[in-house]
Design a binder for this molecule. Structure first.
Ligand code: NI
Length: 187
């Protein structure tokens, strides 16, 4: 396994529309890419990553929401605050498609490993069904809600060459890009 470089805006590769993973590409190379994507995502850290974010223009994404595990014993952190340990739930979606997105919207403050330190409220359909293939090429359908529904829609945008700040008004997007530039200059 290896940590790969995460592309950041304005890298033009982030605007590529990714191509389907073909039937003969469900192989060890794909499994290695997925392992590397998880390692890269956990190290960042983040909760979702599309293949194009590591420079591979394929319709593939990984998600692990790493939510608190309320069945576990709470742990006390260095500030004396009790927290549940996070639970790993690694998910792989190959050739995902969104079916019947809800009319009802929900709003989350989104961020993206390709746009570090920038966060903004984005509205998206609150629930949706995703049809996808697993690493063996089998097709599944799953109803999603909450953060998972938002996260998969964010990651699927990457497959179309779209990043979350593209959903903002031009004014807000320009402000975000300016802030990013300023932070990079200061780094
Ligand atoms: Ni992203």
């Amino acid at each position: 396994m290896a940590i790969r470089e995460i592309l950041e805006v304005p890298d033009p590769r982030l605007k590529i529309v990714s191509s389907p993973v073909e039937a003969d590409e469900f192989n060890d190379e794909l499994k290695t890419l997925v392992e590397d994507m998880f390692e890269t995502m956990y190290a960042a850290p983040g909760i979702g990553l599309a293949a194009i974010q590591v420079g591979v223009p394929k319709r593939l994404l990984v998600i692990d929401l790493q939510q608190p595990d309320e069945d576990a014993e709470p742990e006390t952190d260095e500030d004396g605050v009790e927290r549940y340990p996070t639970k790993n739930d690694p998910r792989v979606f190959v050739n995902p498609e969104i079916l019947n997105p809800a009319d009802e919207l929900s709003t989350y403050q989104e961020g993206c490993l390709s746009i570090p330190e920038i966060f903004a409220d984005i509205d998206r359909p609150a629930t949706c069904t995703v049809r996808y293939q697993d690493l063996d090429g089998n097709t599944h359908e799953e109803q999603l809600e909450g953060l998972m529904a938002t996260c998969i829609q964010h990651e699927m945008d990457h497959l179309e060459g779209i990043v979350f700040i593209d959903h903002l008004s031009r004014l807000k997007r320009n402000m975000a890009l300016k802030k990013l530039k300023k932070m990079r200059a200061a780094a």
